[in-house]
Write a protein that binds this ligand. Sequence first.
Ligand SMILES: Nc1ncnc2c1ncn2[C@@H]1O[C@H](COP(=O)(O)OP(=O)(O)O)[C@@H](O)[C@H]1O
Ligand SMILES: [Mg+2]
Length: 275
Amino acid sequence: MVANPSILFPDAAGEVPAVSERLLAVNNVNLEYHTRERIVRATHNVSFDVYGGDRFVLLGPSGCGKSTLLKAVAGFIAPRSGSISLDGEPVRGPGADRIVVFQEFDQLPPWKTVLQNVMFPLRTAKKLGRAEAKERALHYLEKVGLAAFVDAYPHTLSGGMKQRVAIARALAMEPRVLLMDEPFAALDALTRRKMQEELLRLWEETRFTLLFVTHSIEEALVVGNRILLLSPHPGRVRAELNSHQYSHDSFGRIDFQRSVAHIHRLLFEETEPAQ
Ligand SMILES: Nc1ncnc2c1ncn2[C@@H]1O[C@H](COP(=O)(O)OP(=O)(O)O)[C@@H](O)[C@H]1O
Ligand SMILES: [Mg+2]
């Protein structure tokens, strides 16, 4: 069941920003892993649509299939059944129109400088000439505040800076949808908050389309404009709701706390049958 967002958050009614065209359509997707012993169902009949300029969040507990869903959208895994399409075309494999930023800090080849890391996919996947790739890489590195570190090697950078490089590299590709799998989960709380703010600032500047995975309710409310709640394993859609009214300034506000509590109940309590 997909709950009506205006019922969940009455304040949000009528404030939904005008959306552009549907970019990504995920329809009744079942995802499975086939191990030697058994078949693990990761998601069950999951459907959602992402529109241009959305900051769409997949939120659910660990193991509910968020990463698997993101990998399927990225084209690394094919659905057992159901369909995924981008701009009306079925997703058949990975492509430069969908770029993933992962949680791990080791996603940058260590033998390349920051600039080379960002330039590399522009040269290989986008087929840009050296000068154009360099110009674009520098542009995005400046946007994430790393202009002074273009010649540094990844091992000399903090976790937050490595994630900034990964974000610059992804944005430089100018994908149709930017996919992020808990990109800030391994950072300390202060850096995490700063990165969330930076991501939102970047979004204000370039209005990219984002599909963002997290298990943090607060992060989902702050980062997302729409949130899909997934049940514990195997992931099913619990509800879809609007969250564009929240920012870091909302922390501690009563409506924000109410939304956190409400989502918590939707995620966890309804799954437990009354004793
Ligand atoms: N390579 C794999 N082989 C078998 N099972 C897997 C594999 N990867 C994930 N799973 C299982 O699929 C389910 C969903 O995993 P995942 O998508 O990583 O969840 P999440 O990202 O929400 O924590 C879990 O039960 C997990 O144990
Ligand atoms: Mg995961």
